[in-house]
Ligand binder design. Sequence first.
Ligand code: AMP
Length: 312
Amino acid sequence: MSILVVGTVAYDAIKTPFGERPHILGGSATHFSVSASFFTDVRLVAVVGDDFKPESEQVLVDRGVDVTDLKRLPGRKTFFWKGEYGFDLNTAHTLDTQINVLAEFDPQLDESAREVPYMFLANTDPVLQRQARQQSRARFVALDTMNFWIEGNRDGLVKALADIDLLVVNDAEARELAGESNLIRAARVIRELGPKILVVKRGEYGAALFSDHGYFATPAFPLEEVVDPTGAGDSFAGGMMGYLAASNDTSDAGLRRAIIYGSVMASFNVEAFGCERLLELTHDEIAGRFRQFKALTFFEEAEFNGRSVAVR
Ligand code: AMP
């Protein structure tokens, strides 16, 4: 099973307490595609300007990403995002967002793109997300968004949410979208807007899954060195959706495993700037960290004073 992703391909300027990169390949669809490409075939739908360098496109091609639908608009500049992190690496401070070429993007899916069974609507204008969704006959559709769009086009976003299966957002965005500070209640409000499944990313604290089957949560991988969290959310989504598409298993057990694969990919992504770390990642490293997650979250019931649960 393969995945179609619609989102941004961008240049980022990033500053963290550990260094900076003034002009680096980024974008929600870029991070997602690189991550998901470890699991399945990825077809990318996005737009760039004529400043987009061939070597940037080559990064995607080298990962086997199908870039047939990566459009180049002459006379326009590629989407640009400038962000900064303090020592609290959980919170990105957006300093500049230049929509540029995105303003004129009109995603058109051809017949073969419409048939791709898994679809990821990565962070981009919710109007574009909905347009793409309406053309697709995917069996499973997930969407990611952020405060920029929740605040900029809430109505458009609510419309886009009506027709998707899974929403993945961070905890602050879930609260903001629902207008509800309690995350459990926020999850209920959001799931009433359309997506039956909600995945909440909690940065260094892990991720949580809300569905008709109930609740599941995982911690994040305990890393001593986090260099740049940019793209953590998209590489999480890439691991999660990549696994779902590869296994074609969206049962509760499949979703739980997908959350772990998402956490594995995000944990590697933050070890270096942009997508640098994922570009040198191996399948053995992914498998190894997946098993470490299993050990990390495992516990046993033990007999205590002749009872199986330790209560007096
Ligand atoms: P994240 O995975 O949430 O850290 O996403 C990081 C990527 O999102 C960066 O590489 C940016 O280029 C991209 N990005 C930032 N702001 C936006 C936005 N408003 N819409 C779409 N993509 C964005």
